[in-house]
Design a protein around this ligand. Structure first.
Ligand SMILES: Cc1ncc(COP(=O)(O)O)c(C=O)c1O
Length: 431
C-alpha cells in the first residue's frame, strides 16, 4: 500500500475490489454492522453450519438413529476431518485426527514424546528437561508441569529470546522436548518453526508445536520442517464453533512405533468392537483417539474447516497469508498515524516473518474498558491481561474498509474518552 493514500478509506475500498479472497466472505453469517476482529479466539459462524448440524440432529440422529455411526460416517469423522486439516498444516493423509480439546491432545503427544526420548536414551539419561516459553499459553504450561511431575522431568521456562540458547548452549544435552506455541496468543509473535525444529533436533530433542493460532491463519509445513508432534484448536481460525474438537498431528516416524498413548481408550483400539480385554493400539494416528467422538461437534468443525479449504481455489494459504499481512500492517500503520498521542504501544512484531494474524496493542490505563467501548460500537476484539487490546485478522471474512473503520472507531473512543464510562469497566468472566 502506498503510504500517501494510506489514510483514505477509498484506498481500502480499492484493495477490497482487487482482493482474490473477497468471495469467501459470503460463506459466513456475520451480523450486519459488526466488524469482527476476534476470529483468532472464536471463528465466525459458517452459513453451512446451522443446516448441517440440524441435519445431523434431525435426520442422522433423530431418524436414522444408531445406524448413523456406519451410514453417516460418524465413526470415521475424526480421521476424515483430520485429513482435511492436514492440508492446512503440511501433513499427509492419515497423520492428523480431530478429537478432544487442545489441552487433552497436548497431554497425549507430550507424554508420548517424553516416553520416546526415554526409550531412546535410557532411563538414566540426563535428558530430563522440557523447555518452554515462560509466557506460553497457560494450559500448555499446566499440562507440561503435570507430566513433568508424573514422569520425573523438569519443566524449564525461559524468556522468548533465551530459547535458542537452550538448544545450542551447555544445557542442550539436558533437553528432552521443546514445547512451543507457534504464534503467541497474546503478542501474535510467530516463531521460526523450521529453524527451531532443526536446532532442537540437532540438540537431540523432540519438538511439540501448538498450532492454536496458526492453523487456517498462516502457512504451516509440519512435514517440511520435520517436526515431531503438533496440536491445535478447531474453534479459532478453523471456524468449528465454540468448544469445537481440536486436532493432533504425529509425524509418521513416531506413528510407526505404534506407540501407547497415555489415554488409551476403546476408540484408539485396533478393533473397538471386538471388545477384547487387552489393548491393541490402532495403526496410525487413530491410536490417539480415546473415547466416543461427538458427531454434532465434528459436523460443525467440518463446515468450518471447509470454509478455509475453499481458499484453495483462490490462491490457498499463500493468498490468505498475503492478505493477513497486508491487513495487520494496515491496521498498525493506521493506529500509529490516526491514534497517535493516546498512549498505545505496539506489542506485535513489525517484521512480517515474525507476525501471525493478529495485532496486539498495549495501554497502561483502560485497555479493558477501551475494548468494551469498541464492542459497544460493533468492533469486536478482546482483552488479555495485562493491558493488551487484541485484534485478530481473519482474511476469509474481513474487508480492508473494515480495518479502516475499526481504527476510526478506536480513534473516536480515545478522543472522546467514552471508555471512561462506568459500564465499560465491569469485568465479565470471559474477557
Ligand atoms: C495457544 C493455545 N493453546 C491451547 C489453548 C486451549 O485450548 P483448549 O481449550 O481446546 O484446550 C488455547 C486457547 O485459547 C490457546 O490459545
Amino acid at each position: 500500500m502506498n503510504k500517501n493514500n494510506l489514510a483514505t478509506r477509498d484506498a481500502c475500498a480499492a484493495l477490497d475490489a482487487a482482493d482474490p479472497l473477497a468471495p469467501l466472505r459470503d460463506q459466513f453469517d456475520l451480523p450486519p454492522g459488526v466488524i469482527y476482529l476476534d476470529g483468532n479466539s472464536l471463528g465466525a459462524l459458517p452459513k453451512a453450519t446451522a443446516d448441517r448440524v440440524q441435519d445431523v440432529v434431525r435426520r442422522e440422529w433423530g431418524r436414522d438413529l444408531i445406524q448413523s455411526w456406519n451410514t453417516a460416517g460418524w465413526i470415521d469423522a475424526p480421521q476424515r476431518i483430520g485429513d482435511k486439516i492436514a492440508r492446512l498444516v503440511g501433513a499427509a493423509p492419515g497423520e492428523v485426527i480431530a478429537a478432544d480439546s487442545t489441552s487433552v491432545n497436548l497431554y497425549k503427544v507430550l507424554s508420548v514424546a517424553l516416553a520416546a526420548v526415554r526409550a531412546r536414551d535410557g532411563a538414566d539419561s540426563r535428558r530430563r528437561v522440557i523447555v518452554s516459553e515462560r509466557d506460553n499459553f497457560p494450559t500448555d504450561l499446566y499440562i507440561a508441569e503435570s507430566l513433568a511431575r508424573q514422569h520425573g522431568f523438569t519443566l524449564r521456562l525461559v524468556e522468548t529470546d533465551a530459547i535458542a540458547a537452550q538448544l545450542t548452549g551447555p544445557a542442550a544435552d539436558e533437553l528432552a522436548v521443546l514445547l512451543l506455541t507457534h504464534v503467541h496468543y497474546r503478542t501474535g509473535r510467530m516463531h521460526p518453526m523450521a529453524e527451531l525444529t532443526a536446532a532442537a533436533h540437532a540438540a537431540g530433542a523432540l519438538v511439540v508445536w501448538d498450532l492454536a493460532h496458526s492453523a487456517g491463519a498462516v502457512p504451516v509445513d509440519l512435514n517440511g520442517c520435520g517436526a515431531d508432534f503438533a496440536i491445535g484448536c478447531g474453534y479459532k481460525y478453523l471456524n468449528g464453533g465454540p468448544g469445537a474438537p481440536a486436532f493432533l498431528w504425529c509425524h509418521a516416524r513416531h506413528l510407526a512405533q505404534a506407540v501407547w498413548q497415555p489415554l488409551a481408550g476403546w476408540m484408539g483400539h485396533a478393533a473397538p468392537f471386538a471388545f477384547t480385554p487387552a489393548y491393541q493400539p490402532a495403526a496410525g494416528v487413530k491410536a490417539f483417539l480415546c473415547g466416543t467422538p461427538s458427531p454434532i461437534g465434528l459436523a460443525a468443525l467440518e463446515c468450518g474447516v471447509d470454509t478455509v479449504l475453499a481458499a484453495e481455489a483462490h490462491g490457498g494459504m499463500a493468498a490468505v497469508r498475503a492478505k493477513s499481512l497486508a491487513m495487520t500492517a494496515l491496521f498498525r500503520q493506521l493506529v500509529e498515524t490516526r491514534c497517535a498521542g493516546h498512549g498505545l504501544t505496539l506489542h506485535t512484531p513489525v517484521d512480517p516473518a515474525e507476525r501471525g494474524s493478529q495485532v496486539s496493542l498495549h495501554r497502561e490505563e483502560g485497555a479493558y474498558a477501551i475494548v468494551q467501548a469498541l464492542i459497544a460500537r460493533g468492533v469486536v476484539g478482546d482483552y488479555r491481561a495485562p493491558g493488551i487490546l487484541r485484534f485478530g485478522f481473519t482474511p476469509l471474512t474481513l474487508r480492508f474498509v473494515e480495518v479502516w473503520d475499526a481504527v476510526e472507531h478506536l480513534r473516536q473512543v480515545l478522543d472522546s474518552g467514552e471508555w471512561r464510562e462506568g459500564r465499560f469497566h465491569q469485568r465479565a468472566a470471559v474477557t
